[in-house]
Ligand binder design. Sequence first.
Ligand code: SF4
Length: 336
Amino acid sequence: MSVDASIALLAWYAVDKRRLPWRAEPGEVPDPYRIWLSEIMLQQTTVAAVRPYFEKFVTRWPSVEALAAADYGDVMAAWAGLGYYARARNLLACARKVAEAHGGRFPDTEAALRALPGIGRYTAAAIAAIAFGRRAVVVDANVERVVSRLFAVDEPLPAARERLYALADRITPERNAGDFAQAMMDLGSAVCTPRAPECGRCPLASCCTARAAGTQSLYPRKAPKAPKPRRDGVAYWLEHDGHVRLVRRPAKGLLGGMLALPTDAAPAEARWREAGSVDHVFTHFALTMKLLCAEADSRPHEEDAIWWPIASIGDAGLPTLFARLAARGTEWREAA
Ligand code: SF4
């Protein structure tokens, strides 16, 4: 990409950039905490879904030190519904590491950022460029799409990922790497969209290979996806005296660290009745979870049991799958 195209892109960005709550306005100094938090939340998640969570987190924990001091269960509950829960565990681990090992200041190099929990190549590059103005190659799905069209890359994703990274590296300027990265992301989000790119208002149109050939819609090429495997499971709604039994799932694994209904094995001997099922799609498989419901005669004494008031089950911070199952459980008790 020529210097002129890069200048045109930055000029477009200055006028048309998205207003996002984690972004610094002109004249403001970027806040690494807000940029890191937003980048973790935005992994696999849309801007629209992230906005309310971001606002909730920065209101409750306005600095990395405040987040580092937060209770584990509070953070997991605040994250509930945003998905990919390993991010929430790593978020807290990272905040604590920054507070303890770095005096509450995020390191400003990609290498040091990548040494922190939950920060991979993309996130380290985004923080280094956007928060600290360092030259770093920032490639998310939007940038991959723009670059694949600019250079008409015929190799399909995901195999093309390294080539797209190398091409993005080639066009990333030495200066203004943070603005350049955000401009490319915004261009992919607002102009170079997946279905109908608006090439007529694109600042990079003059150097776009796909546009010249009229083949924009062919890129990025993607290898066909294998269908997701299906799995079945059972969850248990056991209630007693207006409370339902919950468990905290093991830290590692699916929905790790989250509050949930018990699964796999019935938590007590009882007259279990079926109350329908819920379908949920995870990254690597699709799950159908059957719900069995029962009322316990007494509350068994168990060390790890959490008996949550059913009237405020919405405040338990259940992940989406279990929130939907809990809604079924509530319907079951109302019908019983
Ligand atoms: S000219 Fe069209 S296809 Fe090429 S980068 Fe711009 S919007 Fe995308």
